[in-house]
Design a protein around this ligand. Sequence first.
Ligand code: HEM
Length: 396
Amino acid sequence: MVVLLTPESARQALTGMPDGYDAFWKEGFTGVAGPHSIWVLSGDAHRQERGLLSPAFHASNFRSYGETIRGIVQKKTADWQPGQTRRILDTTLSISLEVILRIVFGIGSGRFVEPGQRVLYDLWRKATPYFIFFPWLMRDWFPPWRRYSAAKEQFTAWVNDIIAERQNSPEQSGDVLGQMLAMHYEDGSAMNAEAIRDELITLLMAGNETTATALAWALYDLGNNPDVLATLRQELDAFGPDPDPGLVTRLPYLSAVCNETLRLHTLLPEVGRVLFSPLDLCGHTLPAGTSVVVSVMAIHHDPGLYPEPDLYNPERFSKRSYGVFEFMPFGGGHRRCLGAGLSDYEMRISLAEIVTHWDFAPAAREQEVRHDIAMGTKKGVLLYIKGRRTGGERNI
Ligand code: HEM
């Protein structure tokens, strides 16, 4: 395994010969998501799948969901009471799960909602990191695998039910599942139910905890940095209590705050590829079979790029712009995160909504801990809820 620590080596590794790379942790992800998952595809098959799925994740496709996301955040924070201490990750997880249900699965009301919330949560909870790191544990004698397999069966039945209903209705919807049903591969064939299921599991596993954790960290950091919070509120307050979501997502200081959170708490500390064939990299020839791993964490904490890297300082993103391999929370190259735009969009709208309407402060010191392939929080971010900001109104 070769670990890369600089933007230049990351650029060389991630932009060179896409056909020369296999997926990282392939066996584990194949077991968890399935053999059709974009995570485990490589070469032409990966390129074709990205081509099919990318339009569904284009900003123009989810821009119409701004009000929906804000509504979800309002609903999930409606029962907050002054004086309570809340484990904020529970709230942010339930926000991101519902966003996935709406935008990816297209489920907002009707008979699929309640079982959907249950099966999605269950499947996500039962996917333990052991499966990724020790694929030989994916056997029926291992109780966590049996539980995961049972959850996957329930999920499959629920998805098949939705697919059957959608196929009987001529209406085309803009959600990701609706788009998958309308897609065709180069040979003219449509995605079959199994491939759709594998991709839906992938999107759930990739998009749920990551976005939720980022939002929880953003609130924690803001609570610890009242000056930054005040500057952010100044920017947001200028647009009234319910600003146009499209406008919110373009606010520069909010963007700097989100970027600094994703830098300081690099959620996926490394991204990797496995070489199919030898690669010349930074003056070395690496043999086929080598795992090439970019330490995004190291790049995000390089004092040459980010002076005082352990300090929370969103202004650094206002003062200069960073290259795509200098700031890369979503990885890079031909496997860059498919949901980066959606995640950014959701994070900004959710953060703006909470910061505008609630006063809060951290109730305990938080710590970063490794969960599986991602970094998480030790306590789930405990926040003390002081109350609604001046009765939910703002001083404009
Ligand atoms: C803060 C939230 C998120 C972070 C930090 C994150 C980060 C990442 C990273 C680092 C990768 C690997 C990229 C590489 O190998 O170069 C990745 C891949 C991926 N992510 Fe995300 N992600 C987030 C949210 C999402 C969301 C919301 C979705 C979709 C609902 C999503 C879907 C995917 C998919 C499908 C891949 C695999 C892409 C491929 O192999 O072609 N992610 N993500």
